[in-house]
Design a protein around this ligand. Structure first.
Ligand code: ZN
Ligand code: ZN
Length: 335
């Protein structure tokens, strides 16, 4: 693990001239196109690393909100957004944990939107409260998940698997239970060797116990995020399974509907694809964000906190120059 420290001699070259930035002592050079700034000391690299897409135990992450914030601080991240699936349950805890650390916490959520055949996830970043509309959507989605879980378990039971819903609920209290939990449960009971096998054999789309779950309507989800003080950002656009030409017209449509940003940088895509997404997003007047979609190393080993597509460290420009001005405008508009 890296040891973060405040460098006494290096200062940022932009607007925060008086603020020392956090530097990180790294055994090797960062080879990141997003992260070009090398400062004067031989082993002192400007990190300004951030992450705008992470998950905690409130949804399907490995770390509690507090542990996630502590991990982010220990790795020198200067800003962190918590974006659990369809829940705001972890926000208060993360906010408290971040208060004592040198880190900006951004309350967020990742909403599941009705969409076929791919996946449509909408991030709400910078929530300042939870509106009635968002509460309604969350409880609706939670209900959908619950009945799907029940159906999956019932069908497996009917086919002779020794599974029970109560056991899963006991294993994961205070959590929005979804397929990753069922997969872990099946692995724990040695019905399958690994969680991944549970998906491959039983739970993934096209497998015998895959059950479709209803998502939120896009217009309602946008309204719910905006009425909660947040900014709607399209997560990992390539999961929509749209061709590039279709994506172009789709970007125009969702801009019209009120989505403000595009998460162009996500480890599910290749760096070249992210560059193309960033360019396309700018053509349509979106701001651009980057995230790791970190769930914890054991859950998704390919996702590293603070790093995105192509192993690139996430530059704080995605916060300072992209999201934050938008949040600031939003705050000003309210007063
Ligand atoms: Zn997602
Ligand atoms: Zn996510």
């Amino acid at each position: 693990m890296f040891t973060p420290y405040v460098c006494g001699s290096c200062f940022t070259d932009n607007e925060n001239k008086k603020q020392p930035l956090y530097y990180i002592f790294r055994p090797q050079k960062i080879k990141s196109p997003l992260h070009p700034i090398k400062q004067n000391a031989a082993l002192c690299y400007y990190t300004g690393m951030i992450d705008l897409h992470t998950h905690s135990t409130a949804s399907d992450g490995l770390y509690s909100p507090t542990q996630l914030v502590e991990l982010a601080v220990s790795r020198g991240l200067t800003a962190l957004a918590l974006t659990d699936h369809d829940t705001v349950h972890g926000i208060a805890e993360a906010e408290t944990a971040a208060r004592s650390g040198p880190i900006t916490f951004i309350p967020g959520i990742e909403l599941h939107i009705e969409w076929h055949p791919g996946e449509f996830h909408l991030l709400g970043l910078g929530l300042t409260g939870i509106s009635q509309k968002l509460t309604e959507i969350i409880s609706h989605l939670e209900q959908g998940r619950k009945s799907r879980n029940q159906e999956v378990i019932q069908r497996m039971k009917d086919d002779g698997f020794p599974v029970s819903e109560e056991e899963i609920t006991e294993l994961y209290p205070d959590t929005i239970i979804g397929r990753p939990h069922i997969a872990a449960y099946l692995a724990g009971k040695q019905i399958v060797k690994t969680r991944q096998k549970a998906f491959d054999l039983y739970l993934a789309q096209g497998r015998p116990y895959y059950i479709e779950r209803k998502g939120a309507q896009l217009t309602e989800a946008i309204e719910a995020i905006v009425s909660s003080g947040g900014v709607p950002v399209l997560a990992h656009p390539l999961s929509l399974y749209l061709s590039w030409s279709r994506l172009d017209s789709f970007f125009a449509e969702i801009k019209e509907q009120g989505i403000a940003g595009i998460e162009a940088w996500h480890p599910g895509a290749r760096a070249a694809e992210c560059e193309r997404l960033e360019k396309l997003a700018r053509e349509h007047g979106f701001f651009v964000t980057a995230g790791s979609d970190f769930h914890g190393e054991q859950i998704r080993p390919d996702r590293k906190l603070g790093y995105t597509a192509g192993g690139a460290a996430i530059s704080d420009r995605f916060f300072t120059q992209e999201l934050n001005p938008y949040l600031a405008v939003r705050t000003e508009a309210k007063h």
